[in-house]
Design a protein around this ligand. Structure first.
Ligand code: AQP
Length: 343
């Protein structure tokens, strides 16, 4: 059976990349009738320092974004990572399965730690191991994410396989068959798997970009969206009629990809309508589409965040349901590893 897990960090400035690469696709998976768990990953957020009051409101804001985008907490399990202790517990066991050499290859750590690596938190280094625990605590089979998470998902698969091999005898002895953890499939794709900065088509759109003009935030109003699209970097050529013509034109490629994802079509589909058009024609169409797609989400987020009690209740209900599944996995893992349990 398909079991879908994914998460978003409550680190502020949710943007169009998070929406098109992740949250919009979470809703599509839910609508395919899969059992879905969507998590606000606050334990991941604190791998870099977060102001406590801001963190609390960002946790509620990401939850509101999930709900406003169409995730139904009655059908999907919506919860907050720190409310389900099994994530951290399984992460420790996986710290003892994962190898230093594997972690040393993680490019996101290198990017985020920057030059001052000695000063990065151990949590930032171990981040991908916690991510493996998030996914495997539910023995999830499918994980919809943006392309930047590809390497972390490969690590999740390596951890699952090593655990299955290291404990093969014990897994069978405890009646779990041959394979305890599934080898998770990453679901990365569509025209917006990697949304780029509006100021630089070679850099990913990111929460932490110093320039707010580089991203469209989910909470931007219509004027801000229109202005950011108008100012988005482009080249002087009109749009090509074939996708091949987007090669070596990263900014044009990015804007066409964003349009395609918002419209639920492909780059080919967009170029059928806009091939040969100047950016002076394409940009207003893109900005209208972005406003009409995002304005209802922003309005619903505002409505939901005005009632934190409701959001907290959704999270508490989700955590109770998530914990039921994760506790079952951890009980089995403890038996498999050889711990003596409390009975
Ligand atoms: N630019 C992007 N295009 C497509 N998908 C993206 N995602 C992030 N940026 C893009 C996807 O959004 C989900 C949640 O991301 P996250 O909040 O957990 O972490 P992140 O990748 O660190 O987000 P940012 O915005 O890039 O933050 P900073 O600035 O801290 O690096 C994931 O599925 C991710 O792939």
């Amino acid at each position: 059976k398909e079991l879908v897990f994914s998460g978003v960090q409550p680190t502020g400035n949710l943007h169009l990349g998070n929406y098109l690469g992740a949250i919009k696709r979470f809703v599509e998976m839910q609508d395919r009738e899969a059992q879905c768990l969507y998590c606000v990953v606050d334990l991941h957020a604190i791998t870099v320092w977060q102001d406590p009051a801001a963190l609390r409101s960002q946790i509620r804001e990401v939850t509101a974004a999930f709900l406003a985008a169409g995730i139904d907490p009655a059908r999907s399990i919506v919860f907050n990572q720190s409310q389900v202790p099994q994530h951290a517990e399984l992460a420790w066991i996986f710290n003892c399965v994962a190898r230093l050499g594997w972690l040393n290859r993680m490019t996101q750590f290198k990017e985020k730690a920057g030059k001052d690596r000695e000063n990065a938190s151990i949590g930032l280094y171990a981040y991908p191991v916690l991510m493996a625990a998030d996914i495997l605590a539910y023995r999830a089979t499918h994980v919809p994410v943006g392309e930047d998470q590809k390497q972390h998902l490969e690590l999740t698969r390596d951890i699952a396989q090593k655990f299955n091999t290291d404990f093969a005898g014990s897994i069978t002895a405890h009646g779990h068959g041959e394979v305890f953890f599934p080898v998770t499939e990453p679901l990365i794709g569509g025209p917006a798997a990697r949304v780029m900065s509006l100021r630089d088509g070679t850099k990913k759109m990111s929460k932490s970009d110093a320039s707010d003009n580089a991203r469209i935030n989910l909470t931007d109003d219509a004027d801000a969206i229109a202005q950011k699209v108008r100012r988005a970097k482009t080249d002087p050529e009109p749009l090509p009629s074939e996708v091949a013509g987007l090669k070596d034109r990263p900014e044009a490629d990015n804007l066409v990809g964003i349009y395609a994802a918002l419209a639920g079509t492909t780059r080919e589909g967009v170029l059928r309508d806009f091939g040969g058009a100047q950016f002076s024609t394409f940009k207003p169409a893109l900005s209208d589409l972005a406003v009409s797609s995002l304005a209802p989400i922003a309005a619903e987020m505002r409505r939901l965040t005005a009632d934190p009690g409701h959001i907290d209740a959704v999270l508490a209900d989700g955590a109770a349901r998530a914990e039921q599944i994760a506790a079952g996995t951890l009980d089995a893992v403890k038996d498999i590893v050889g711990f003596v349990r409390r009975g």
